[in-house]
Design a protein around this ligand. Structure first.
Ligand code: RP5
Length: 161
């Protein structure tokens, strides 16, 4: 069985953000693939990736892009595989441009949009794991344990630095 999660991004420069999703999936024992797929620079690659997503067995696509961030929306237009969008933080507009580009999809083609930047990428990994866990009891247990550990790591009282 092939991998069920695709992590795609518009540029090599997005990887430092998008690897937060990969780290979470590694922690949870979820296999994934990573690809650079640019809506503007490699539109044919985007089309082919979207066209073959179902037949290749992908269950979730995490798509990160910055600026005029059309990748998640275009991917959602091309495949019914759920797309989780990650707005990459940009230098010019701090990622608000990315967020607005990704979140305002027209009715009919949803993108589940995360927060701007690395927290959003990490949450995209968790969201993808949560979707797969619906049909994978072992993964569901690992995800529950991960959440319990995170809660347990939060102190009751603040400490001095
Ligand atoms: C977008 O343009 C990419 O997703 C990236 O966030 C942004 C800048 O890309 P580079 O110029 O760094 O390759 O397509």
């Amino acid at each position: 069985m092939g991998v069920k999660v695709g992590i795609i991004m518009g540029s090599q420069s997005d990887w430092s953000t998008m690897k937060e999703a990969a780290i979470l999936l590694d922690d949870l024992g979820v296999a994934y693939e990573t690809r650079i797929v640019s809506a503007h620079r490699t539109p044919d690659r985007l089309w082919e990736y979207g066209k073959s997503a179902v037949s290749r067995g992908l269950h979730v696509i995490i798509a990160g892009a910055g600026g005029a961030a059309h990748l998640p929306g275009m991917m959602a237009s091309k495949t019914r595989v759920p797309v989780i969008g990650v707005p990459v933080q940009t230098r010019a507009l701090s990622g608000v441009d990315s967020l607005y580009s990704i979140v305002q999809m027209p009715k009919g083609f949803p993108v589940a949009t995360m927060a701007i930047g690395s927290a959003g990428a990490a949450n995209a990994g968790l969201m993808a794991a949560g979707i797969l866990a619906l049909n994978d009891p072992a993964l569901a247990q690992r995800l529950d344990a991960w959440r319990t550990d995170l809660s347990a790591s939060i102190p009751q009282e603040p400490q001095d630095d």
